[in-house]
Design a binder for this molecule. Structure first.
Ligand SMILES: [Zn+2]
Length: 134
């Protein structure tokens, strides 16, 4: 069974980040259509179905060059958004041990250990320093 699948997928695009993003969008559309009524619900459901079809089209596509280009474009366009959410996740994980400040002059996010009292924070990017309580 696994071999059969591997043979079937040979030369095909497979699941990439864009396909995964479409899958999440489809899931959200589907849930939204369940909780809405009438025309809006049907439109959301239709979009979800189109999304599923498009996702499978990309996964099984043999035009891997084109699919890879699409995926790269998607990754470039969403880079700042993905970085933002990854940073949020990291800050949440480190919230017990570190405090985060933005440099008042350049806006860089700075990480400082908690529980050190009043300290002078020096920005690693622009060298600006400011006093903060941790
Ligand atoms: Zn700075």
């Amino acid at each position: 069974m696994r071999e059969k699948l591997a043979r079937f997928m040979a030369g095909r695009n497979g699941v990439d980040q864009l396909s995964r993003a479409i899958m999440y969008a489809v899931l959200i559309l589907f849930i939204a259509s369940v909780f809405t009524h009438g025309k809006l619900s049907s439109v959301l459901m239709m979009l979800a179905v189109i999304g599923i079809v498009y996702m499978y089209f990309r996964v099984f596509s043999r035009n891997t060059a084109k699919r890879r280009a699409e995926n790269t474009r998607y990754m470039q366009r969403t880079y700042s958004m993905r970085t933002y959410f990854r940073n949020l996740g990291e800050r949440w994980k480190q919230r017990r041990d570190y405090k985060f400040f933005r440099c008042p002059s350049c806006g860089t996010l700075l990480r400082v250990p908690r529980g050190k009292g009043k300290i002078k924070v020096v920005c690693r990017k622009c060298g600006n320093s400011f006093i903060k309580h941790t």
